[in-house]
Ligand binder design. Structure first.
Ligand code: PFF
Length: 458
């Protein structure tokens, strides 16, 4: 076996990889930008008082999210291996590979419920094409949504289609599937979102929504705000889930990790803010409370679409954007599990995809049914859907992120970080920047995650 810390191994040459720097960026940004931005971020902003939450979120992205992202990138690119294999390669003698297994478990849970919500996106896109949002009242929209989400067949069919499309893209591989799809879809998504934001920001009465997004009211901040903001930063940047490790393992040595990592975080944050601008001004313009919770996108927005001039077209564009964003993310979650399966069980890509889809289909079906016929089945007081959401976003991602920064900061250490961030001396990165990143990886990020996790769990 070659030196475990060696950046190059024989394996590297047989692996699929991204074709260009732009491809890496759109794939990473595609993973980060998803339901987290279009569905979760707006309702969390609404529930947690607007601008103050956003500022705390931005601070977390910069000080905690970015160092974790860079750390995962280092692990992936240096090892050129999937989540579990990466730890095993870089630290063959320890038990660090358990961190990789946790990441794969985390992705399995995420994709199970993510695919159900993605399926709702398909149903709502179809509804938008049929101009179904014309009943013009919020109770009507709420009933429409809960009738659908709690039913059996419809959501299962949509879950199957969503997962099937995700699988088809992943079967095509990293360069020909994931990269190609993201390269076309991300710019399209950007254009649609900008159009939607302009529409919303130019509504009469939009100003109140803009104030809500950009004028902080610190009196609304509680300890829960910090938890929600950190959880969202993790979820939105796809951290602690092995995604950046896996995508990082398809990245060539010449890419600049700090640059691509920062661009990914900026793109993700920008998309979240644009989604906020597309949703909040419209919510205020129609005199609706922003704190509607998770139903915001599926109940409040359809009502707004029904009231808006040309709302039918806006609805189609919005749910199309939601679906594209969800797909560029779901392929990344599936890739983590598939790459692991290929490597650990020596399967071909097609077989690995089929196996993973089978498992996730069953778990996703349970998530979907737990909102309806299996609603009485509870674990720790939560139905399966909420349990998977909580266990992944609030527990496993935090543990994964913590292990990643501890591993890179303390096990790999300064010289490896330096070597990876400068591409073995080929890139000039100012010493103060390297030292700051090292400090964040070693001290600030682990301490912040530990404090917030402890508050969260007790
Ligand atoms: N970041 C995605 C979103 O905001 O919707 C969710 C996600 C994707 C989480 C990929 C984890 C992951 F590995």
């Amino acid at each position: 076996m070659k030196d475990a810390n060696s950046p190059h191994t024989a394996h590297e040459h047989q692996r699929d990889s991204f074709g260009s720097s732009f491809g890496v960026l759109v794939a990473l940004a595609g993973s980060a930008v998803g339901l987290g931005n279009l569905w979760r971020f707006p309702y969390l902003v609404g529930e947690n008082g607007g601008a103050a939450f956003i500022l705390i979120y931005l601070g977390f992205v910069l000080l905690i999210g970015l160092p974790i992202l860079i750390s995962e990138f280092i692990i992936g690119r240096r090892s050129q291996a999937a989540a579990r294999g990466a730890f095993r390669k870089l630290a063959p003698d320890g038990r660090w590979h358990v961190a990789g297994s946790l990441a794969v478990l985390c992705c399995t849970l995420i994709l199970s419920f993510y695919s159900v919500v993605g399926g709702w996106g398909i149903e709502y896109l179809i509804k938008a094409f049929r101009f179904d949002f014309s009943s013009g009242n919020t109770p009507g929209m709420a009933t429409m949504f809960s009738d659908f989400a709690t039913s059996t067949t419809g959501p299962l069919i949509c879950h199957t289609v969503f997962l099937g499309v995700t699988g088809l893209i992943v079967i095509m591989g990293v360069k020909n599937g994931i990269e190609k799809f993201s390269k076309v879809m991300m710019p399209l998504l950007f254009v649609i979102m900008i159009g939607l934001a302009v529409r919303s920001l130019t509504l009469p009465g939009a100003k109140e929504g803009i104030d809500y997004l950009f004028r902080p009211d610190w009196s609304k901040v509680t300890s829960g705000t910090f938890l929600a903001a950190l959880g969202q930063a993790f979820f939105s940047l796809s951290l602690g889930s092995g995604m950046v490790i896996t995508y990082g393992s398809y990245v060539k040595k010449k890419e600049n990790i700090v640059k691509i990592g920062t661009e990914t975080a900026v793109a993700d944050t920008l998309f979240a803010l644009i989604a906020g601008c597309a949703i909040m001004p419209a919510v205020f313009a129609f005199g609706i409370s922003p704190g509607e919770g998770p139903g915001l996108v599926f109940t409040t927005l359809p009502y707004i679409f029904s009231q808006l001039p040309a709302g039918g077209v806006v609805a189609i564009l919005f749910f199309l954007a939601l679906l594209l964003a969800a797909l560029t993310s779901s392929i990344s979650v599936l890739e983590v599990i598939v790459a692991f399966t290929i490597e650990e069980f020596h399967l071909k890509r097609k077989g690995a995809v089929a196996l993973c889809l089978g498992v996730i289909w069953v778990l996703g079906a349970l998530c979907s049914l737990s909102l309806g016929v299996l609603g009485d089945f509870k674990v720790f007081g939560k139905n399966i859907f909420d349990l998977f959401d909580f266990a992944s976003a609030n527990v496993l991602m935090l543990i994964g992120g913590l292990l990643v920064v501890l591993f890179v900061g303390w096990k790999l250490g300064r010289s490896v970080i330096h070597d990876e961030l400068t591409n073995s001396g080929g890139l000039k990165i100012p010493v103060w920047l390297l030292d700051t990143i090292l400090f964040l990886i070693r001290f600030l990020a682990p301490a912040a995650i530990a404090v917030i996790a402890i508050f969260q769990w007790i």
